[in-house]
Design a binder for this molecule. Sequence first.
Ligand SMILES: [Zn+2]
Length: 424
Amino acid sequence: MKGQYSKPIPEVQPWSEAFWKASKKHELLIQKCSSCQSLIFYPRKSCPNCWSSELGWQKACGRGKVYTFTVVRDMVEAKFIADLPYVLAMVELDESIRMMTRIVECDPQTVRIGMEVEVVFEDITDHHALPLFRPVEESLRLPAREGDPTGKDSEPALFMSAEEYKTILYETGGPNGAVCRITMNRPEKKNSINRRMALELHDAFRRVREDRNVGIVVLSGAGEGTFCSGGDLDVFPSLAEHQAGLNWLAHEGLDVQKAITDCEKVVIAKIDGHCLAGGLELALCCDLLYAKESARMGLTEINMGVLPGWGGTARIVRSMPVFRAREIIYSGRKDYTAREMFEMGFLTRVFKDEEFEAQFEKVVALLALKKPVALRMGKEIMAKSADGGSIDTALAVERNGIQWLTHAPDVQAMMEQFRKNVKG
Ligand SMILES: [Zn+2]
């Protein structure tokens, strides 16, 4: 037990008292009907099978399998935010009864249906302990973290230090440190992406997630005239080897894409020059795309007999009208002008070359003033809706998100001020 426990505490009823007392002694009890021998969970006054009130207790073996689970990443009551992400699960005990619980002491990513788990207890007060479950398989376990004996990712994810970056630049600034700028920095190679840059971009976009002050990330290319020219041609020979090719697509590539799309910050691509092939695929992962009029764009992979494999072929049809997207994929043109791309429905806006810098910074300055968590929720709600799932699901996410935002004390104050200004 570490400090004051602020989350809800179980309400102990007369018929569940034995269960909670045993829990406190780190024993898992289940009820057993003396008439029909049914095993019962959760604790009740009478048997749900035969209605007998002659119920006794037996000690459970404390082992079972994950029956189903979900990883909770967001949209929780404020007191649970520090626990995110956590795994809410239904565990089926070897006694064939199911318990709602959490899976702890492991990376949420490793939890699987059917995974063998065993009970552990989290002491939350002098009188209460919660039965939770951890993997039986020791290699899946992480050490319990301080302040939460139930095991979480105690150490923050391992990042490189920003000084170690060799192929990108990483800086934060702006009002309250709300703006992070990630710059692809291999101008001599037209900012082409090699394995090192993929790794560093992945690292940088994960790092920025941890920075609460940052609301927006600007992704750009160093030097004149290139955002990013795509994959480094020097990587290509190694791709003939099956495993290396797969790693380039599924690890370096997919990891970078996901780091950007899952980044929870609004990511703005600043396209002030060539944005081709893998570079355009990176842009496709961003939330807003602003381009200089002289920028040239395209997906050129088909000219080598392949296709965009960093999400480009799959993503582009979700990002613009499909009949136009197909032309970009099939033609392999690398000379689409920014205006053409805009007219085809690809870009957010195009600015004249001489105005680009000022206009772009105007957008950055405007968004930098918005509450980061509101930007983040907006991103999530719109992503959920654009996913093509049911509108009801998207609406539920919207409702929960906005309800959650509304409860923040500073938002209450902002709303009040807004109300006064409108009235006044
Ligand atoms: Zn019964």
